[in-house]
Ligand binder design. Structure first.
Ligand code: SAH
Length: 251
């Protein structure tokens, strides 16, 4: 198994593969003000096992195209869509978010929770806009500084792993520069990290290590996850996930 397959194996059984929550996805949906006069077309990019894609399919008259580049997640999502009785409205697509196989102006909304950082927020919001209809909605979560200043250790960590991390005002500015009108922003509460994401990941460490014979790569992955969890626990007053909801101007 390569590193990505190991990562998928650690996370695929969990409800979510990143911080988030049902109430928060639904709050973003309310802020989006999607008009469901006709069946909506929605893309969920970097959908993982499909927490938000399935929720959107259950709550809206919509066809949801759920995209992830890891086959293990796409398979998991397909099985969960069947179990949730929404398989006829959820289309799993294995593709990379930097090479999306869609026509211009396809979607009423693009959703993406805990995933856009893989190509960078600015690049993602700029490139994905062409897949939105005029007036379409973008709803993305992004790692965000919660304060204007922060401890040096934390700053150094994030500058090394994701230098695009910034405050909400700068993220909102980036949305405006790409032609969007911001219509909503909120910070995911801590339980979205601890209860919905890190807790289930930690609970799976022992079985994960057993499945992989306590090999070096599996141990290194668990160690990296433990460090990430500790860092978030120590500095959660300074860093979090912002939920950004924005509307594309007519263009
Ligand atoms: N949205 C889900 C998953 C978040 S984890 C949730 O909130 O639970 C980030 C996801 O992005 C993973 O499923 C990972 O496989 C996917 N991903 C990472 N790089 C990608 C890329 N280049 N193209 C498509 N998906 C990608």
């Amino acid at each position: 198994m390569d590193d990505l397959e190991l990562l998928a194996d650690l996370h695929r059984r969990n409800e979510r593969q990143g911080p988030g929550g049902e109430a928060e996805t639904l709050l973003a949906l309310r802020l989006a003000g999607l008009d469901s006069g006709a069946t909506l077309r929605i893309a969920d990019i970097g959908c993982g096992a499909g927490a938000s894609a399935l929720l959107l399919a259950r709550h809206l008259d919509a066809r949801v195209t759920a995209v992830d580049f890891l086959p293990a997640f796409v398979d998991e999502l397909r099985a969960r869509a069947v179990a949730a009785g929404v398989a006829d409205r959820v289309e799993p697509v294995q593709a990379s978010m930097d090479h999306l196989p869609f026509e211009r102006g396809t979607f009423d909304a693009i959703w993406s929770e805990g995933a856009v950082y893989n190509i960078g927020f600015e690049r993602g919001v700029r490139e994905w806009r062409r897949f939105l209809k005029p007036g379409g909605i973008l709803a993305v979560t992004e790692i965000t500084w919660l304060t204007d200043e922060r401890p040096a250790e934390l700053q150094a960590h994030w500058e090394a792993v994701y230098p695009e991390i910034d405050t909400a005002s700068m993220k909102i500015r980036a949305l405006e520069r790409s032609g969007y009108t911001p219509v909503g922003y909120f910070v995911l509460p801590e339980r979205c990290w601890f209860d919905n994401y890190y807790g289930p990941v930690e609970a799976g460490f022992t079985q994960f290590l057993d499945r992989h014979g306590h090999g070096a790569a599996a141990r290194a992955l668990v160690e990296a996850e433990r460090e990430e969890i500790a860092l978030y626990g120590k500095y959660r007053a300074y860093v979090g996930y912002g939920f950004y909801i924005a509307k594309l101007g007519a263009c």
